[in-house]
Design a protein. Structure first.
Length: 321
């Protein structure tokens, strides 16, 4: 039976994994790894998990597998510590979570821009457009002489388009796996989910087009909608509270506790579970997305629940006993 592994040891294993796969590992590094994994049973178990990750990367088709971990070790846009945190979470979660993660598209690891869980990043694009990238997002930027295209692979972005300095017209398009949103001089957000991509328009207008060729729909300022691969959803009034993530806050109005915790979970690493018996409790209030621990404490103080944790990465919300 495997016992829990010290998170510090898992972090060291993640560091050795990146070094080993960076393409710069020396014979001395290999000897050091061998000495490290022999220090204790926990060190050996942590390295077994690391070797399992290496094996799964090697199972990925083509050159993506080798390029992925090498990029983690060398790409300055990702950041070594951010990459180590990601791999460390895989190691901490164990084989079950890793096997689930391996089903994600591998291009997310290779994207031009990433944000870690809980991170937000401001970016100015070559045309002057401002983009705020939300938690756990990945995207590619493809500007050329004919168009300005953002390929949003995961997560959410808030975009304020600038006047294009190009002498010829270049449409600004946010592409997801479900279709495309074409800006008509605007400020808008796009969020990718499993079955659809959500669109919210603050200023101007956006034309959304499902990838399967469904009818294009124009969403105007003060409206929101969504599009799947085949068709678009009805246009509705914009829920202004859904945009407060820009300021690191979440405003809930008579919201199911389970749904609120799902949103908070997007901004913190690990697992945030909600017991079925409290899932339908209703919550109203403002909650910090930048300090989700504080938000959980506030919930515990104001609702009949207990928040318990094994580690920061495994938190359960249960009925108060």
């Amino acid at each position: 039976m495997n016992h829990p592994i010290d998170p510090q040891i898992l972090g060291e294993a993640a560091d050795w994994l990146v070094q080993l796969q960076s393409g710069a590992a020396t014979e001395e590094d290999h000897r050091a790894i061998a000495l490290w994994r022999g220090r204790s049973a926990q060190h050996a178990q942590a390295w077994q998990r690391a070797e399992a990750i290496i094996g799964d990367f090697r199972a990925v088709p083509g050159s993506i597998a080798s390029d992925t971990i090498k990029r983690i070790g060398r790409n300055k846009s990702i950041g070594r510590r951010q990459a180590l945190n990601r791999i460390g979470l895989f190691l901490l979660a164990g084989p079950a979570i890793w096997l689930a993660q391996r089903e994600l598209p591998w291009q997310e690891w290779m994207a031009d821009q990433h944000t870690a869980i809980g991170e937000q990043k401001n970016l100015t694009l070559p045309d002057g457009t401002q983009m705020l990238i939300n938690t756990g997002s990945s995207l590619n930027i493809a500007f050329n002489a004919n168009e300005r295209r953002i390929k949003l692979l995961t997560g959410e972005v808030l975009i304020t388009t600038a006047k294009d300095p190009s002498p010829t017209y270049r449409p600004f398009i946010v592409q997801t796996r479900h279709g495309a949103a074409r800006a008509l001089g605007t400020r808008f957000s796009v969020r990718v989910e499993d079955q659809m991509s959500r669109l919210a328009v603050v200023e101007g207008a956006v034309e959304m087009q499902p990838v399967g060729g469904g009818q294009a729909v124009i969403v105007k300022a003060g409206e929101q909608s969504a599009f799947g691969s085949v068709s678009a959803y009805p246009v509705q009034p914009l829920d202004r509270a859904s945009m407060t993530w820009e300021n690191g806050m979440m405003v809930a109005t008579n919201m199911r506790l389970a749904d609120l915790l799902t949103e908070l979970g997007r901004y913190r690493p690990g697992v945030l579970r909600c017991h079925d018996s409290v899932a339908d409790l209703r919550v109203s209030g403002a909650f910090s997305l930048r300090d989700t621990d504080a938000s959980l404490r506030l919930l515990q103080q104001t609702m009949p629940i207990n928040v318990s944790s094994l580690t920061r990465y495994w938190v359960a919300v249960e009925p108060r006993s």
